[in-house]
Design a protein around this ligand. Structure first.
Ligand code: FES
Length: 673
């Protein structure tokens, strides 16, 4: 007998000398991967041997602790390469007491590392595992079916025990094993509660990788990530516009389209499914894999997208009481979703309420307020803002109808965040002169070379983050007051402030016939949007019994580009230490990838979502008062001590007692001065 200790787990056991390291790992409960069943083909079982003295276990390790390097290992090393201290666990035999290291990439449940998506702490636990099989030759008189042979081969392999083959697989199984060595790779999808899985795909020979796709279906954009289900690696990412835009810019106009056009729901469903199908093909092409290797699809989206992609009529979600057909996660074959993926299964994440969807569920999974000891405020800003407040004990969620202003839509100079859009703005408070940056150029507009660098781009508009900055800077420079009124008196001081009918506007860029500026109506649109968001936050705070938070996370494409300082200047979010307000990027996409890579993450999301308390802010009696107070910059009544540490806020001209009147006064002055 020999003692084997596995690091880093520290699991150990005694095995008969001559046992393979892979078998020893299984006996000791060590997480060592194997796809080819020990045939020296997959290379997933690699372990490291580091000769030396291990006092902790009183074991001396040298090269003779394992059997000599085998021909199988040499063949693998010639084919794929093998680092000098590595051995194949299925080939190397235990000779004497030994300490064996299992590198992270050889663990079935390895941690996933991916920088552009925050996948911190994700531990691989996919719904599907693959196994390479070589079946014994069939002889006449042998009663075993192909199904019997495959299931018997899988029986004693970890993670792939199965009790049935799907009909699709039964159709393919003879052909797949028809090669001379009767070899094929099968994919086994787990069922819950440790029950045997089912064989859902079969390919001839050895298949290196199977993949899954996670997609965030936004009202405007559909963004997807394709991942290797065995390594967790994100192999490709891509996005495209949601083609439903042709039925309406915002969600409610799409629901109206369905209400007014018989069969409109089917049109919306077909459009989004077709876009999904094209996106998956693009992701596969980019990653160099074929679509038949896609085995899992995770979809997240707002409640209307959730229903439409599932083929469920979304009209009940367009009117109170916003009743969902189901809030539960949906699982169905991808063929039902017409995605052109013969072996894949779709997991449609759960919704929280009729106005807070599976995208928010994914943000919660990604950011983890339910795992946090301190209170988090999560804001996902789009045409609707989803808001979550909570900690490990309780979580509250609401949605606020901010409209498309934050995305630049319906503003005089607004445009989507594409090349040529102004995205950063600074205004000199003394001269009121602006300088700015545009997407596609690293230079500020007052730096040498800017004109040449942007000549081809064309400066065409101001995107959402640019609008937030320019309005924030206008407030800091005194061009608008706390009520949002453009100060016409400044027209004498700066040619940038110009009359605009009965109000004034501030011109950021005026060149070659292109004039981009912020009008009084633009400021007003931003105020309405931010007041809806902030009122929602304040009401959630009240429900949660929270006065302030020191952890604010801005999610979504827009949130990831907002400078936290300006989010505070505008009062989008409550006062908070500036360094505790951060952008978390595409948290819904990151949550979808987590659900793709881990069944445990799916269960966690489903549990978390069930515990969330939903608040219908628009019908709260105090919504109107909160909304009015939130119209002012940064806010009519809430102080901003933390923000004041980093910027000089203009003196308040109104007192908190004026708050209730400020909205009316602002409107009067905004429209008639
Ligand atoms: Fe596949 Fe060892 S298990 S090479």
């Amino acid at each position: 007998m020999a003692r084997v200790v596995f690091t880093p787990s520290g699991l150990d056991g005694d095995v008969p000398a001559g046992t393979s390291v892979l078998d020893a790992a299984r006996r000791c409960g060590v997480d060592l991967d194997s796809v080819c069943g020990g045939r020296g083909i997959c290379g997933r079982c690699q372990v490291e041997l580091h000769p030396g003295s291990y006092a902790k276990w009183a074991i001396e390790v040298d090269d003779a602790s394992l059997s000599p390097f085998t021909d199988t290992e040499q063949a693998y090393a010639d084919r794929k390469g093998l680092k000098p201290d590595r051995r194949l666990g299925c080939s190397a035999l235990v000779v004497g007491d030994v300490v064996v290291d299992v590198p992270a990439e050889s663990q079935v449940h390895r941690p996933v590392v991916r920088k552009s998506l925050d996948l911190t702490d994700v531990v691989l636990d996919p719904a599907v595992h693959v196994a390479y099989l070589e079946l014994p030759p069939s002889v006449l008189g042998d009663a075993a079916s192909m199904s019997d042979l495959v299931l018997a081969e899988l029986a004693d392999r970890p993670h792939v025990a199965a009790d049935r083959l799907t009909t699709t697989v039964l159709r393919d199984v003879h052909r797949a094993f028809a090669g001379q060595d009767r070899s094929a790779t099968v994919a086994v999808r787990r069922r819950g509660d440790g029950a045997p899985g089912e064989v859902v795909a079969v390919w001839p020979g050895f298949v290196e990788r199977v993949v899954g796709v996670a997609v965030d279906i936004g009202s405007t954009t559909i963004a997807g990530h394709l991942c290797d289900l065995a390594s967790g690696e994100v192999l490709s990412s891509a996005g495209r516009m949601n083609p439903q835009i042709r039925f309406g810019e915002d969600l409610m106009s799409r629901v109206s389209y369905v209400m007014m056009n018989p069969g409109g729901d089917r049109e919306l469903t077909t459009a989004v499914r077709r876009a999904l199908q094209e996106l998956v093909v693009q992701l596969c092409d980019d990653a160099g894999v074929t679509t038949d290797l896609v085995l899992e699809v995770v979809l997240v989206g707002n409640p209307i997208m959730h229903h439409v992609v599932a083929g469920i009529d979304p009209t009940p979600l367009g009117q109170a009481p916003f009743t969902l057909a189901t809030a539960d996660a949906l699982v169905a074959p991808a063929t039902e979703f017409e995605l052109g993926l013969p072996h894949a299964q779709v997991y449609l994440a759960p919704c929280i309420a009729g106005h807070v969807g599976a995208d928010t569920a994914a943000v919660i999974l990604s950011e983890g307020p339910h795992r946090s000891a301190t209170t988090q405020l999560l804001v996902d800003v789009g045409t609707n803002a989803e808001i979550v407040v909570g900690d490990e004990h309780r979580q509250f969620a609401a949605s606020s109808p901010t409209g498309p202003a934050f995305e630049g839509a319906q503003l005089s100079c607004g445009q989507r965040a594409t090349a040529g859009a102004i995205e950063r703005v600074r205004i000199d408070p003394a001269t009121l002169e602006p300088r700015f940056k545009v997407i596609g150029c690293d230079l500020w507009s007052d730096e040498p070379g800017f004109a040449d660098a942007t000549a081809d781009l064309g400066i065409s508009g101001i995107c959402g983050s640019g609008i937030i900055e320019v309005v924030g800077e206008m407030f800091l420079a005194g061009i608008i007051d706390a009520d949002g009124v453009v100060q016409g008196a400044l027209a004498d001081r700066s040619p940038r402030v110009r009359p605009d009918g009965r109000t004034f506007r501030y011109v950021v860029h005026d060149q070659d016939g292109v004039q981009l500026g912020i009008t009084q109506n633009d400021v007003r649109a931003i105020q309405l949007a931010k007041a809806a968001l902030r009122a929602g936050i304040e009401l959630l705070f009240r429900h949660a019994g929270v006065a302030a938070v020191a952890d604010i996370r801005l999610a979504g494409a827009f949130g990831s580009h907002i400078d936290p300082v300006y989010a505070l200047v505008l009062g989008l979010v409550p006062d908070c230490p500036v360094d505790r307000v951060r952008s978390v990027g595409n948290a819904a996409g990151a949550g979808a990838v987590r659900a793709l890579l881990s069944m445990a993450a799916r269960r966690e999301m489903e549990r978390a979502v069930r515990g969330v308390e939903k608040i219908e802010t628009a019908t709260e009696p105090d919504f109107q008062a909160e909304f009015v107070a939130a119209m002012a910059f940064p806010h009519a009544t809430a102080p901003s001590p933390e923000l004041s540490r980093v910027v000089v806020l203009p003196e308040r001209t109104s007192t908190p007692a004026d708050a209730g009147r400020s909205g009316r006064r602002r409107r009067a002055r905004g429209e008639h001065t």
